[in-house]
Design a protein around this ligand. Structure first.
Ligand code: CU
Ligand code: ZN
Length: 171
């Protein structure tokens, strides 16, 4: 009797400790430039009760606004970033931007680089998540050459992809 109960209890303990339900709380994307561009840096993500907090630090941009999105695939292998696919859009919505009722989940709007080409920005987005259906782990951050106009379909007319980074789990 004792010999069968002990393994059973051990299994229950392991399942409750490692059952895979622990939510991911933080993530990182290391941005590398696409061919003949210089965009590089990091995007840190932290999931809190009011949404995902982003800390963005990118250098090597032209001064001004640059489209900033989560794209569908975590694949930055193409030298123009095209392997990351289109905007992350699990619900089949139109392109939009933060605060709009209609948006791709990946529509994070723009980041603005200063005159030295650096974008050092903190953002809060309450639509993306690190978990579940709207989870962005394993997808890609893409930074564009031009501003996202937040309405042109399907990409906001943000132009070529100058930087790409896969979103991975961070400690
Ligand atoms: Cu994009
Ligand atoms: Zn979009």
């Amino acid at each position: 009797m004792k010999l069968t109960i002990i393994p059973f209890l051990l299994c229950l303990f392991v399942l409750s400790a490692c059952g895979g339900s622990t939510p991911i709380e933080s993530a990182v994307a290391v941005i590398h430039p696409t061919v003949s561009n210089q965009a590089s840096g990091t995007v840190l993500f932290r999931e809190k009760s009011d949404g995902v907090h982003l800390k963005i630090d990118i250098r090597g941009l032209t001064p001004g606004k640059h489209g900033f999105h989560v794209h569908k695939f975590g694949d930055c292998s193409a030298n123009n970033g095209a392997s990351a696919g289109g905007h992350f859009d699990p619900h089949g919505m139109n392109h939009g931007g933060p605060g709009k009722e209609t948006r791709h989940i990946g529509d994070l709007g723009n980041i603005t680089a200063d005159e030295d080409g650096r974008a050092l920005i903190e953002k809060l987005d309450n639509t993306v998540s690190l978990n579940g259906e709207q989870g962005i782990i394993g997808r890609a951050i893409i930074i564009h050459a031009k501003p996202d106009d937040l309405h042109s379909q399907p990409t906001g007319a943000a132009g070529p992809r100058v930087g790409c980074g896969v979103i991975g789990i961070s400690h």
